[in-house]
Ligand binder design. Structure first.
Ligand SMILES: Cc1cc2nc3c(=O)[nH]c(=O)nc-3n(C[C@H](O)[C@H](O)[C@H](O)COP(=O)(O)OP(=O)(O)OC[C@H]3O[C@@H](n4cnc5c(N)ncnc54)[C@H](O)[C@@H]3O)c2cc1C
Length: 495
């Protein structure tokens, strides 16, 4: 019997993750790679895949996957798009993104999940399919989950729990947290279809007048069509008719590309909501369980994966006994990721509202705004930085002297020996980079590398999620050791 079929709970595990969507799979893989015992609980049977909604994988997500050694696997499954076309014929080039991945990768969400599931299993995470979490109780030392399995109810106790169980999160409800916000897009129609006249470009996407449509190939002859009309008022449960999809698509794209033979059709609505607290005691929320917004900009899955990357090393440091201030480190997950979630909510809301402006005066103002944005490079860079995730950083830790690069994304710099920084991050721990000849701070659980000879005079401590923890020009050995000690307890001095 495989772990996936065995519904018997483990004894107490370090972390139980609820929900094996992209967020939960990345998180469970990271925690298991750090040597923790991890159980990922998923209510779907193993044979029922998650519904593929996302197609866009942005540059920062690919960098995080590079730091786990799986970016190339995912890139090989999809197509690279080097322009974003947000609305009204406007195009933003991604080529100037200062990243190893200056493009959006278009690949179905199931490909991302396959790569992450393989990694989670190979690092030792246990995935229990067909198990639904129905309740949660926590005390000072642990959290216990109530789980319904095909063989009856069971309980699983863990030192920490992370709810990555999507927009209708049971974990969020069990914590009694509200999910305030509003509906933004009603009656969005999704279908998998065949086309008699496939688009010349890889993707077909446009918003015109009151209609929006997107057609993306799965790569096997099937296409996912997504269409929305401003006047749509149907409930999610109302049946979808292919003719409705074709009419909206024609209004938006000028053609329906000869859509026929739908194998699946569904109706969705999209909300803009965010939970007020990402942490309650020993329980955390990440991904759609913590924030949802419209699909505009393709940022939902990407933001969830980045939540997971931010939380996993913090839990690993605390449970591994390496953090000098465990409570503050765990609290920093909410402090860093909640503002990012709010920003993404606002950005995707602004995109959808701008794409769908109704009256001619507003459309003229939009055209003017688009023309200005096309000429004004700093504004373009800010917009691209946000959507791609490359421009997202965190406030420096309290008490840091400014100016500082602490909290910023660390670019993928070359290191001595022909290695890149993101390859060095594959150990899953902190990376210290110093000029050649500098010693490793004694006992520190980190990877120490040097810059190629004569290149740089700075010392930089990079967090496992690829953000700068500390940096200083010409720092001496004592200053470097003290900066490292503020993040990591030396081996043998566990709290
Ligand atoms: C039309 C559309 C297009 C989109 N396009 C993009 C895009 O291009 N790029 C992008 O980044 N995002 C996109 N998104 C958003 C993206 O699909 C989601 O943000 C992403 O799936 C969230 O991942 P998650 O792991 O947080 O949650 P989910 O993918 O929802 O996974 C949650 C998992 O938890 C399981 N679960 C739920 N309850 C329980 C329970 N009680 N017990 C056990 N298991 C449970 C579910 O079965 C599921 O497997 C799009 C969304 C829509 C609607």
């Amino acid at each position: 019997m495989t772990a996936a079929e065995d519904h018997t709970p483990n004894a107490v595990v370090d972390v139980a993750v609820v929900g094996a969507g992209p967020t939960g799979l990345l998180l469970a893989g990271d925690l298991a790679a750090a040597g923790l015992s991890v159980t990922l609980i998923e209510r779907r049977p193993r044979t029922a895949p998650n519904l593929t909604r996302a197609f866009a994988v942005h540059a920062r997500t690919l960098e995080l996957l590079d730091a786990r050694g799986v970016a190339d696997q995912l890139v090989s499954t999809g197509r690279r798009i080097d322009r974003l076309r947000p609305f009204g014929g406007m195009a933003l080039s991604l080529r100037r993104l200062r990243s190893r991945y200056p493009f959006v990768l278009i690949t179905p969400q199931y490909e991302t999940e396959k790569v992450l599931e393989r990694r989670a299993l190979s690092t030792g995470a246990v995935i229990r399919y067909d198990c639904e979490v129905t309740g949660l109780h926590q005390d000072d030392d642990s959290v216990t989950l109530d789980i319904t399995t095909p063989t009856g109810p069971v309980r699983q106790t863990a030192r920490h729990v992370v709810g990555t169980d999507g927009v209708r999160s049971t974990v969020r409800r069990a914590l009694g947290l509200p999910f305030p916000g509003q509906a933004v897009v009603r009656s969005m129609v999704l279908a998998d279809v065949r086309l008699t006249e496939p688009p010349e470009d890889f993707l077909a996407v446009n918003g015109r007048d009151d209609a929006f449509a997107l057609i993306v190939p799965f790569g096997d002859g099937w296409y996912r069509a997504i269409a929305w009309h401003r006047d749509g008022r149907a409930a999610d449960t109302d049946p979808v008719d292919l003719e409705e999809l074709r009419t909206i698509t024609r209004a938006a794209l000028g053609t329906d590309h000869g859509m026929h033979d739908p194998r699946w059709m569904s109706r969705f609505h999209s909300d803009e909501r965010q939970v007020p607290h990402y942490r309650v005691g020993r329980v955390f929320l990440a991904g759609d369980a913590a924030h949802v917004h419209s699909p505009a900009g393709g940022m939902g899955m990407n933001t969830g994966l980045q939540d997971a990357a931010n939380l996993s090393w913090k839990l690993a440091a605390v449970l591994g006994g390496h953090s000098p201030d465990p409570e503050a480190l765990l609290d920093s997950y909410h402090r860093e990721r909640h503002p990012v979630g709010r920003l993404v909510l606002r950005a995707s809301g602004a995109l959808v509202r701008t794409a769908m402006v109704g009256d001619p005066a507003r459309r003229a103002a939009r055209a003017l705004g688009a023309a200005l944005l096309a000429r004004f490079h700093p504004a373009q860079e800010r917009a691209l930085g946000l959507v791609s995730g490359i421009g997202i950083g965190y406030p420096p830790p309290p008490g840091t002297h400014r100016p500082t690069t602490a909290g910023r994304r660390a670019p993928d710099l070359p290191l001595a020996g022909g290695l890149r920084l993101y390859e060095a991050l594959r150990t899953g721990g902190f990376v210290l980079v110093t000029p050649p000849g500098r010693p490793t701070p004694p006992g520190s659980p980190l990877a120490h590398h040097h810059w190629p000879t004569g290149r740089r005079t700075a010392s930089v401590l990079v967090r496992p999620d690829g953000y700068v923890a500390w940096s200083a020009e010409r720092a001496d050995d004592t200053a470097t050791a003290s900066a490292v000690a503020s993040w990591l307890l030396p081996r043998g001095k566990k709290e």
